[in-house]
Design a protein around this ligand. Sequence first.
Ligand code: GAL
Length: 366
Amino acid sequence: MIAKKWISALLTAAVMTAALAGCGGQAVPEETAAGQTLAAAAEEKPEPVEVKAGVFYYYGQDAFISKLQDSVNTALEEAGIAYENYDAGNDQETQISSSRVCDLAAQAEIPVIFFNRAVESGGGEGVVLGGYENVALVISDPAEAGHLQGQMIGRYVADHYDEVDLNDDDVITYAMFKGEAENQDAVLRTASAVEDANQVLAEEERQELVYFDPDNSDRYQLDLNGTWSAKAAEEYMRTNLQLYTEADGNMIELIICNNDDMAEGCIRALQEQGYNTADSQVRIPVFGVDGIDSSLALIGDGLMTGTVKQDTGAIAACIALLAGNVHNGLELTAGTESYKKDTEHGLDNLIYIPYGDTVTVQDEEE
Ligand code: GAL
């Protein structure tokens, strides 16, 4: 007989509760024997279970999340896993903490696959992921995008220095759009992008990038609605451009965004002032992350400068693999040996998906 089972694939804000620290459940699921493939594991003929996945998204209107959702739908369909999608609409009341999810799921014996967002803040992985059985996280490495973006920016600026330095003062001023305040992706991308770009510039004996607004000690602008939206970036940028202009010699010379949607918002505000259009003489370099289709088209047209592709297909394939394991009665992480894991914390159930290529206008020009 085929047992019926729910599986939960979750995209939720990571909130760690103090109570959880005392909740010392079993650590990660047992590993399959070294080198054991999914096919080999299947030969042991575990009992198949009929799985239905509930897939929870923090905000379906987030541009990248909507792309990811398409990939996850396709991967689950291809794996023959029935699913139902839910959208928390970026409502904190609707989203529940990772630990609460795990508690509820453990009581009901439902495996949980988290994705897209770190489940424990401040890099403290292990309390949730090491504290529960049948829980896993599939995530793009939060630090990697910032490094890839920073190197791409540094290279581009170094190669186009005179063109980028609009007021010829040998210093490039930049604006930075962070997105969601405490999100690990946002925090680590913000830090690494500028740091890594500066490293490339130092090698070229150029000055470090300087944040455009000397009164803002954060050195970024934040989406106060707690998302990563084009709208917030566009509004900020529109105001910035009232105060910082070429005529006054203090124009923003470079724009770094933690995602493509915000980059597109900035481009719209620039276009209102005659920059970054098909006809404009001056194009301000604007960089994002994700590789959503609309941004790749802007890069193709030379109106946006670069992005780092986030591999939705690979993320979705890994989620479907784990869901398939549940379906096949296998350990949740069976067949994941080839993935990069969080070895630092010994977490076999924290699976990193590498980012894809960087894409820049330069590539298009070559
Ligand atoms: C990031 C992505 C952002 C946004 C965020 C939501 O990985 O780059 O665009 O979708 O996830 O958590």
